[in-house]
Design a protein around this ligand. Structure first.
Ligand SMILES: Nc1ncnc2c1ncn2[C@@H]1O[C@H](COP(=O)(O)OP(=O)(O)OP(=O)(O)O)[C@@H](O)[C@H]1O
Ligand SMILES: [Mg+2]
Length: 240
């Protein structure tokens, strides 16, 4: 088998909804062990890109690979990639533990894994509560727990910090760093630029097309710069 240094590869991805071009000729790679931030204004195509990578949407053209294969060709996908995004909805009437137990069975993960991920995301004390009683931040943690259930090497997260309180945001930052330190890979879409700047190794800035894809230090080159100022330079300079 060919050695592969990238957990995720997106190659010439284009996605149209009818006549609307949501993503156009987008290419980037996410190396193993790195945290890559996917940035762009509302409607830039971030969620479309992530959904296409995990097989929820078919690309109009181009392709994306996880561990060298299209998502649909992965054997036991939950062991390759954990996905957390809006619209994955929870069945409100069941408990957090039950939700994770269902995810565990679907992923073919070992008995006891639900307890482990509840612990990992700090929800152990809430395991018996019904999901509909969860706050936004608790629901985010539950979504992350479900993404972790198959012990994947890669996480794909769409705005996981939305609704988290400052403590939750700090917790997420530490969690992501620790996950990457243990060899995990993360592709994360977020609007929280100063927060992202603290955790990402690389950034992909898009506005339908890629405006920048590369190392954070190649974008934010001096102490006087910030990810936010560079982001505005890129996005405001781009045609709609
Ligand atoms: N199911 C859909 N049908 C038609 N158009 C869609 C659909 N989903 C997204 N779009 C359009 O595709 C474009 C990209 O949307 P997308 O949700 O990928 O953006 P985003 O970068 O995730 O934005 P946000 O920051 O608001 O989450 C937008 O113009 C949006 O209106
Ligand atoms: Mg989105």
């Amino acid at each position: 088998m060919k050695m592969n240094v990238n957990a995720i590869e997106v190659r010439g991805l284009t996605k149209k909804y009818g006549h609307r071009v949501a993503v156009e000729d987008l290419s980037f790679a996410v190396p193993y062990g790195s945290i890559v931030g996917l940035l762009g204004p509302n409607g830039a195509g971030k969620s479309t890109t992530l959904r296409t990578i995990v097989g929820l949407l078919a690309p109009t053209s181009g392709e994306s690979l996880i561990d060298g294969a299209p998502f649909s060709a992965l054997d036991n996908p939950a062991s390759h990639v954990g996905v957390h995004m809006d619209g994955f909805g929870f069945e409100g009437g069941i408990t957090a533990r039950r939700h994770l137990e269902i995810a565990r069975l679907a992923a073919g993960a070992p008995r006891g894994r639900a307890e482990e991920v509840l612990d990992e995301v700090g929800l152990a004390a809430d395991a018996r509560r019904r999901v509909r009683t969860f706050s936004t931040g608790m629901a985010q943690r539950l979504g992350l727990a479900a993404a972790l259930i198959g012990s994947p090497r890669t996480l794909i997260l769409d705005e996981p910090a939305n609704g988290l309180d400052p403590d939750g945001i700090r917790w997420l930052r530490r969690f992501l760093r620790d996950y990457a330190r243990r060899g995990g890979t993360v592709l994360i879409a977020s609007h929280q630029l100063s927060e992202l700047e603290q955790v990402v190794d690389q950034v992909v800035v898009i506005k339908r097309r890629a405006l920048f894809a590369g190392r954070l230090e190649d974008l934010v080159t001096s102490d006087a710069d910030s990810l936010e100022s560079k982001y505005f330079d890129l996005v405001e300079g781009a045609s709609a």
